[in-house]
Ligand binder design. Sequence first.
Ligand code: PSU
Ligand code: MN
Length: 303
Amino acid sequence: MLEKWLEYSEEVLEAKKANKPVVALESTIISHGMPYPQNVQTAKEVEEIIRKNGAVPATIAIINGKIKIGLSDEELEFLAQSKDVEKASRRDLPYLVAKKKNGATTVAATMICAELAGIEVFVTGGIGGVHREAETTMDISADLQELAMTNVAVICAGAKSILDIGLTLEYLETHGVPVVGFETDVLPAFYTRTSPFSVNYRVDHAEEAAEMIRTKWELGLKGGVVIANPIPETDALEEAFITNVIESALKEAKENNIAGKKVTPFLLGKVKELTEGRSLTANIALVKHNAEVGSKIAVSLNK
Ligand code: PSU
Ligand code: MN
């Protein structure tokens, strides 16, 4: 049944046959999260880091209606350059697949596709969450609901303060999603290593993370686990600087009545503009760091 929709790259197919660890990667970050050509360069470098750490990368996207598990260089290049790629979350998948369109998968959609493909670990930059003023806008990312129900572990650098991090944690708590700090007691906030919030639990080794992920699923507890891995010290931005930038970006989004799926890409774009690219450098560094940690967790889970 699924064969009709899924299409694996040669590399991922081989890995599955040989029972090797596979790490999923999203494509919204390529099409809507970073500019060209840094987006495609980063995508390739991240894949390489995963290979070096003993796992096989599977970047996920919808291309001509096929759910692609693992992409060729040409496909990565296409996603990086084309203006004809929709941001695809859970609600967008049926239309894009049925209509044979192109979609760059968000955290939510990548989790869905990873689970369909039997992949347990997914590396990204940051997850979506409860937006500030969600009490009136009701803007809550579908990523959170996906974490509540889909069995994939997500390695990220925490949540950006474009979101209401406190409410995001409350939502995850309600839905039983553990938020685990990797070598940290404090929840990182993407560009910074800290935030005013604690993680639920701390692990210091990939094996520890893998053990708790496996235990969750063996207990029959559905849903994901968030592994929050702080940005490397040398790449972190100063807190006061990034807070100012984010405040301006939020103000501009409000003035321009940005809503729905456009909110996150708009804010990310503004932050990049206002930091004159420093946010992009930070973003690239943290994704690479997550790839390293995520592949170690995948290797450990595979044992
Ligand atoms: N946060 C980032 N970079 C990103 C995203 C979020 O720091 O690229 C992307 C991810 O694909 C995430 C999506 O799943 O934005 C969330 O969008 P929304 O808030 O519309 O659910
Ligand atoms: Mn939203």
